[in-house]
Every structure is written in structure tokens, then in C-alpha cells.
Design a protein around this ligand. Structure first.
Ligand code: ACO
Length: 329
């Protein structure tokens, strides 16, 4: 049995923060941010947590497919910004949506969370363990951003995307394959210093601003350019795909230069690359489902389109998924 995405939706906060917002109090400029990253603006959630962005996206996702909350048998939340350490955000989403017949859990793989959790959800459906998995990729990055650190504050945004994973009605379409990687040698370059079990929160950790994203941008950049391109090419080679075969590259949106380096190495025409980093910044687990949802809504994704989903993030974690889209326009 093959599994597929049967419905998709996204939700982003209304409040837009253009690059000029940061120019007011950080030593930065629209010019620097836009040329180095491709970001023009991002959305931040003022009130509430990650689950509050998932709920409207999930409701739209289920409504589009005519699925009732009690039909969902598993809910997975991909996030690095859970509402709380525990219970899982999946449990909170289960309660808020009334998914009374579901079990579920959170997955943490930073910017690769959506690819890791899509693979997991697909395997649950393919094995027969679940029929309808509600897969949510969401992050409130503004809750872990140091607004005094120009090197990271300008990069991220908040948002959510949800997909329904069910058995495919066509064995030739849906999730075909994934190649996923994890390498803990990446920890020094991208992490949060305190708040976990190694260094619990204290007055000192708060004073030292250790509860925010720490990133050595250049190291992550180099690893991301290589990781995303290598794994995307490996997937193409494994399935004998040429650039002409691929309808869309759906890349994680961390930096336009990383995306361009990946698509260049794949020899893809830039018109075949989903890009919305200019509007949302890096929404971590939400970037890929937001792309898919926006492109589907705009009628730019067609049944039979061959997609390569590709990501790189903290861990390090990275991977690629080969997916044949089989929803109608
Ligand atoms: N405005 C102005 N200047 C800045 C800013 C800013 N916002 N931020 C940094 N600078 C300065 C630096 O201080 C440095 O100045 P210096 O030369 O005087 O020391 C200069 O700009 C260049 O800094 P770099 O860090 O070399 O800039 P770079 O071109 O590498 O861009 C960036 C930085 C955008 C962070 C890039 O390295 C990047 O995108 N890295 C990868 C991000 C990524 O993919 N993360 C993974 C996913 S995130 C996750 O998993 C949660």
C-alpha cells in the first residue's frame, strides 16, 4: 500500500513585520537581510502558542476533505517550539480539535521535522496501523528568538501547515521514497544553550540570554548547501530522475542562497522552485507544508507532478523525499 497527502492547509499570523521593523533598533538594514537571505518580511504570533496556529490550519485541512475530528486516528506535531515541554503539543491539539479517537506525539528534528514526520506518518498508514494521520508542522520561532541578536533575529517567522495522510487511491502516486540523515556533530553550531536537562533554567541562564537560538551561521550555511544538494541529487539518481522530470523542488526556506545552490546543482530551472521565504522567513517545521498548501491553493500543483522535498536543520538533520502529487487542482 502507498500513502499520500489527501488534504493540505496552512495558517500564518496576520501581523507582518517587514525588515524595516529591525532597522529601528538593530544595526541592520533591509539591504543586508534581503541580499543575504531573500527575506523581506515575516509574521509573528502575538498571543498564544504553537497549537493556536495549528488549530485553524488543521480545521481547514479536515474540512476540505470532509473529515470529522473523530475519524483522525493519529496526530503528529513536528515542532521545536512546543506549547510546553510536556504534555506534547499533539496532546493539546488533540484536545482543542476534539480528536477523540486519536493517539499521537511530537517529533523534533528542527527544520527537517516535516520530512521526518511525513515519513513516519506515511509508514503508519502503509503498515495499516493508521488510516487517517493528521500531520502538523508548526513553529512559533518568535518565542525562542533573541530580538537583540541581529545575526538570528532577522531570520525566522511563525506559521503552521497541516496535511492529512491516507492510503493512496493510485499505487503510482503519493509518497515514493525518503532519504533521511542525522548527525549530532552539528550540535555546537545550532542549538539552545539552556532550558533543557543539561542546563536547566536559572537566573544566570536568563541573564546570559541562553534560552534563545544560538547559530554559527557560516558553519550551518556550508553544511546546509552541501547537505541539501547532495541528498536531493542522491534521490534523483536513485530514481533516474532528470531535471526535466521534476515539476517542483519544495525546499526548506532558511536562506534563498541555500535554495539556489541546491536547485543549481540539480540543474533545475528557477521557475520550478517553490519560494516564499520573502514573505515568511524561516518558519522551521512549517516551511514545506506552507509551500505545498500555497501552491495547491494557487492551482500551481497538478496531479502527477513529481516533487522533491528537501531540508536541512539543527542536529544536524537533513533529507529528501520523492513525492508524486495526486490531489486534484
Ligand atoms: N545585519 C547586518 N549585518 C549582519 C547581520 C544583520 N542582520 N547579521 C550578521 N551581520 C554581519 C556579521 O556580524 C558579519 O560582520 P563582520 O564581517 O564584521 O564580522 C557579516 O554580517 C557577515 O556575517 P556572516 O555570518 O558571515 O553572514 P552570512 O553571509 O553567512 O549570512 C546567515 C548569515 C544568513 C545566517 C547565513 O550564514 C545562513 O543562512 N546560515 C544558515 C542558516 C540555516 O540554514 N539554518 C538552518 C535551519 S535553522 C534550524 O534548524 C532551527
Amino acid at each position: 500500500m502507498r500513502a499520500t497527502i489527501t488534504s493540505i492547509a496552512h495558517w500564518v499570523p496576520e501581523d507582518v513585520y517587514p525588515n524595516s521593523f529591525f532597522e529601528k533598533y538593530l544595526d541592520t538594514s533591509h539591504e543586508w537581510i534581503f541580499t543575504r537571505t531573500g527575506i523581506s518580511e515575516r509574521r509573528f504570533l502575538k498571543e498564544g502558542g504553537t497549537s493556536d496556529m495549528i488549530v485553524p490550519a488543521a480545521k481547514e485541512c479536515m474540512a476540505k476533505r470532509g473529515v470529522k475530528p473523530e475519524e483522525i486516528d493519529c496526530v503528529i506535531v513536528a515542532t521545536v517550539t512546543p506549547d510546553h515541554f510536556f504534555p506534547s503539543t499533539a496532546a493539546i491539539v488533540q484536545r482543542k480539535l476534539g480528536l477523540k479517537n486519536a493517539w499521537g506525539y511530537d517529533i523534533s528534528a528542527a527544520c527537517s521535522s516535516f520530512l521526518f514526520s511525513l515519513t513516519t506518518a506515511v509508514k503508519l498508514v502503509e503498515s495499516g496501523a493508521c488510516k487517517k494521520v493528521l500531520l502538523c508542522g508548526a513553529d512559533k520561532m518568535s518565542s525562542i528568538m533573541d530580538f537583540q541578536d541581529r545575526a538570528t533575529a532577522v531570520l525566522f517567522g511563525d506559521g503552521a501547515g497541516c496535511a492529512l495522510i491516507e492510503a493512496s487511491n493510485d499505487e503510482s502516486m503519493g509518497f515514493i521514497d525518503s532519504i533521511l540523515h542525522i548527525d549530532g556533530e552539528g550540535e555546537p553550531y545550532l542549538h539552545m544553550k539552556a532550558g533543557g536537562s543539561v542546563k536547566p533554567a536559572s537566573e544566570e541562564t536568563v541573564r546570559n540570554r541562553e534560552h534563545y537560538i544560538f547559530q554559527d551561521g557560516q558553519n550551518v550555511f556550508k553544511a546546509a548547501v552541501k547537505g541539501m544538494a547532495d541528498v536531493s541529487l542522491e534521490m534523483m539518481e536513485k530514481h533516474n530522475l532528470t531535471a526535466d522530470d521534476i515539476a517542483w523542488l519544495v525546499p526548506h526556506q532558511a536562506n534563498l542562497r541555500i535554495i539556489s545552490a541546491t536547485s543549481d546543482r540539480m540543474r533545475l530551472d528557477p521557475s520550478k522552485v517553490m519560494i516564499n521565504i520573502d514573505k515568511y522567513g524561516n518558519t522551521t517545521a512549517a516551511t514545506i507544508p506552507i509551500c505545498l498548501s500555497e501552491w495547491h491553493k494557487a492551482g500551481k500543483l497538478h496531479k502527477g507532478d513529481k516533487l522533491i522535498l528537501s531540508s536541512f536543520g539543527a542536529g544536524y538533520t537533513w533529507g529528501a523525499i520523492y513525492f508524486v502529487w495526486n490531489m486534484n487542482d
